[in-house]
Design a protein around this ligand. Structure first.
Ligand code: 2NL
Length: 372
């Protein structure tokens, strides 16, 4: 209906506006709580849905109460109707406006309160919920084993010494009585820095420093990282861990060495453990011996771990060569000593049944977690 038509029948314009509103408003009407549905249909609405209804309602308000609305047109008409009709017509328009305003306001209120509580619900946090703790880590299996070894030797009166990983030829070779032409000195076997320092190939270097600094008598172990130029395979890694022990005093003999190693292995693998020594050769000890212990798995009858021999080879040892004592400032006429060395990673691989020592250095948490 146009404005000119309605001028003839202004009441019809208001009625038409009313009807149009009713039609469009219908979908919102159910959102207002009433006695049938005290929480209204809104209770099932998501926050997004309620917000989109709110936008649709605002558009509806503009269409029916805004400047371009039929209601605004009928208001403008009030002044133009005949004087005797004006009062009644004015009241009709007024009623109509109040009705539309009030009904929109009801829905708006219901939507606003629903949106508000939905937002509150979304942002709610349960402060009594336990926090998400970062998972606690644990020591590396090599560290656990090193600490067990350290505890055993500390209880036997040994000190633990640490040292540098980059060394001079003197500490890595000369002081250890390793001859100039020895293959270990070759760049094929040892890592050298560009200015001629060696990455230590055994922790004996630490023991030479300790003898120089502390003098004799001395009981110590030197656990640590050592480096050898090997191609990695299941039993070799160019970096591995070693522990060396040294005992220097007056009257130290091979029997002290055997008793100490045997006691260490009994504490490590159980009181029933038997140790045996086989003659060997190292430049830094004389005499020298390698040591084996009875298999911790089968007790010596033979199994997969000990390759059916009943024995597990673990390390090397011997009486410290007089040249080594002398190089470290200890008088071999007064003092003698024994020394031994073993690989911690090899021992870990044996004890944990690893078929590849490289697993210990790949730092794959799925592997490491098993040692928690
Ligand atoms: C092995 C053999 C050994 C030593 C290490 C040593 C240290 C000093 C003086 C004399 Cl300061 N000897 N250490 C002695 C014999 C053997 O290691 O199989 N290691 C994994």
């Amino acid at each position: 209906m146009t404005e000119s038509q309605s001028q003839e029948d202004p009441k019809a314009l208001v009625e038409a506006a009313c009807k149009a509103f009713e039609q469009e408003f219908e979908r919102f009407a159910g959102l207002v709580p009433d006695s049938v549905s005290p929480s209204g249909m809104l209770s099932g609405f998501s926050l997004d849905r309620a917000e989109s209804e709110q936008r649709a309602l605002a558009e509806l308000r503009t269409r029916h109460l805004g400047k371009k609305s039929a209601l605004a047109a009928s208001k403008r008409m009030i002044g133009r109707v005949s004087a005797e009709q004006r009062g009644a017509f004015g009241q009709l328009v007024q009623r109509n406006e109040s009705e539309i305003t009030a009904r929109i306001a009801q829905v708006e209120e219901a939507l606003t309160s629903h949106i508000e509580s939905a937002r509150t619900e979304r942002e709610r946090i349960d402060v009594t919920l336990p926090g998400r703790r970062p998972r606690r880590g644990h020591l590396h299996p090599i560290t656990m084993l090193r600490e067990r070894i350290e505890d055993i030797f500390v209880a036997l009166g040994y000190v633990i010494e640490d040292g540098r990983e980059v060394e001079t030829d003197f500490y890595n070779f000369d002081a250890l009585n390793i001859p100039q032409n020895h293959p270990a000195r070759a760049a094929q076997d040892t890592f050298y820095t560009s200015d001629g320092f060696a990455l230590r190939s055994q922790t004996s270097t630490v023991q030479i420093h300790a003898m120089q600094r502390r003098g004799a008598p001395l009981r110590m172990i030197a656990p640590g990282r050592v480096f050898r130029r090997d191609t990695p395979d299941p039993t070799h890694n160019p970096m591995f861990f070693q522990v060396e022990g040294l005992c220097v005093d007056r009257g130290i003999s091979m029997s002290h060495l055997k008793g100490t190693v045997a006691e260490f292995l009994r504490q490590m693998f159980g009181a029933q453990t038997v140790t045996r020594f086989r003659p060997s050769y190292f430049p830094f000890t004389e005499p020298s011996a390698e040591f084996d212990f009875s298999c911790f798995k089968c007790g010596g009858t033979g199994c997969r771990i000990c390759k059916n021999s009943g024995w597990i080879e673990l390390g090397g040892s011997g009486m410290v060569h007089p040249n080594v004592l002398r190089a470290a400032g200890v008088d071999p006429e007064i003092y003698s000593g024994f020394a031994f060395g073993l690989g911690i990673d090899r021992m870990a691989a044996l004890m944990y049944g690893l078929d590849d020592i490289r697993l210990l250095f790949e730092n794959d948490v799925r592997f490491l977690q098993q040692f928690d």
